[in-house]
Design a protein around this ligand. Structure first.
Ligand code: SAM
Length: 368
């Protein structure tokens, strides 16, 4: 017997799983928090750029009028920003005096650029994701990718400011000593290449720690190289640090004792080609240090708060960046050790070892 349209629709409806309204409530509840976090991120960037956090760094309670006067801003706008930040618990409200203050912990996270917990730069990266979202849409449609250089400037600045605290905390004291014989070479005087150096935060930090060594930063992004040159001058290390615009497959040979790559191998279209070029440019007993975002090998194991941030950045920035270059491997920011080991072995190396790690980074030692 032929079924009527109504019977068919009723059958389809009964096949569909009915939503559990308690689970819907729980998901919506979680999303209110997530939505608040997205909105707060914009206000963090605003407060960072306008110097509002820095003006409150000393922890002294202030009225909106006092803060507006200190920063030269409009009181009504400042008052609303303070209320929003107090609602986020990023700034503390003292009801009795109707004043606002930052606790020492809040100051470390939002105001003190030198602190290991500084988060200002992180939200500038997110700012670039929002600004560049239409370009990423296009990349998804065409498959052509979106080059690092095609993003908004806040990405480059945010990356430098977000990554630097981690390098300050771990690079010289933990990561380099974890590589066999490298610290000793750098102390004696070595040649070092920092490939994909961006604004050169890692290059300059290493130069400050090892005054007998020479450092050469390379990046294919010209404006980043210009910024790195200025930073080296400001830090007073430009006599031992050079920065040049060059891709990872073409930077000049230098018999390097150490070639470092900080959070950029997965952004490259041809990481294997880059690895081969490094083999040709480095000393026979040289070391290739690869610093990559922390990740497990299996997707399921990366479904956690850190993986959430990294997969998001990877979908919006890293994977399209790699796809925009030749080969377009698209490793992704959560590649994991197994895939990274394969890149190194395919490039002709025989030694690959995880030398160190933090909750955010994995550090690999690669040698011939
Ligand atoms: C996430 S950023 C990391 C920058 C820097 N290493 C840091 O830790 O602050 C990735 C960098 O890789 C650079 N990059 C991407 N592909 C490259 C390539 N094929 N050759 C050289 N640099 C490249 C980008 O220009 C960008 O500066």
């Amino acid at each position: 017997m032929k079924k009527t349209d109504k019977q068919k629709t009723d059958m389809q409806k009964s096949d569909m799983q009915q939503p559990d309204m308690q689970k819907v409530d729980a998901l919506v509840g979680r999303l209110v928090g997530d939505l608040g976090a997205s909105v707060s991120g914009v206000l963090v960037v605003l407060g960072d750029h306008l110097g509002l956090f820095r003006a409150m760094m000393d922890g002294r309670p202030r009225s909106s009028m006092e803060l507006a006067e200190t920063t030269g801003l409009t009181e009504r706008n400042v008052r609303e920003w303070l209320a929003a930040m107090a609602a986020a618990d990023y700034i503390t409200y003292h009801e009795a005096s109707n004043k606002f203050a930052m606790t020492p912990e809040q100051a470390l996270v939002f105001a003190n650029e030198d602190s290991p917990a500084f988060f200002g730069g992180a939200f500038e990266i997110v700012q670039s994701m929002w600004m560049d979202e239409p370009k990423v849409e296009d990349a998804f449609r065409t498959g052509r990718g979106l080059g690092w250089h095609e993003h908004s400037t806040c990405l480059f600045r945010g990356t430098e400011r977000f990554f630097r605290p981690g390098y300050n905390s771990h690079l010289v004291t933990e990561w380099i000593p974890a590589l066999k014989g490298v610290k000793e070479k750098l102390e004696r005087g070595a040649e070092v290449a920092d490939v994909g150096c961006g604004h050169g935060a890692s290059t300059i930090l290493m130069a400050q720690a090892f005054p007998k060594s020479h450092f050469h930063g390379f990046d294919y992004h010209g404006p980043s190289i210009e910024r790195a040159k200025r930073a080296a001058k400001e830090a007073g290390v430009d006599d031992r640090v050079s920065f040049s615009k060059a891709s990872a497959k073409e930077f000049p040979a230098g018999n390097y004792d150490l070639v470092a790559m900080f959070d950029c191998l997965h952004d490259m279209g041809d990481p294997v080609g880059a690895g081969r070029h490094i083999r040709e440019t480095m000393a026979k007993d040289g070391t290739w240090m690869i610093v990559e975002p922390f990740a497990h090998d299996g997707l399921k194991d990366n479904l956690n708060p850190v993986g959430r941030v990294y997969y998001g950045a990877s979908a919006m920035i890293c994977t399209p960046a790699s796809m925009a270059q030749e080969v377009g491997l698209g490793l992704g920011a959560q590649a994991g050790e197994m895939k990274l080991r394969k890149v190194a072995l395919d490039a002709g190396y025989h030694h690959f070892r995880r030398a160190s790690e933090t909750p955010f980074n994995m550090i690999f030692e690669v040698r011939n």
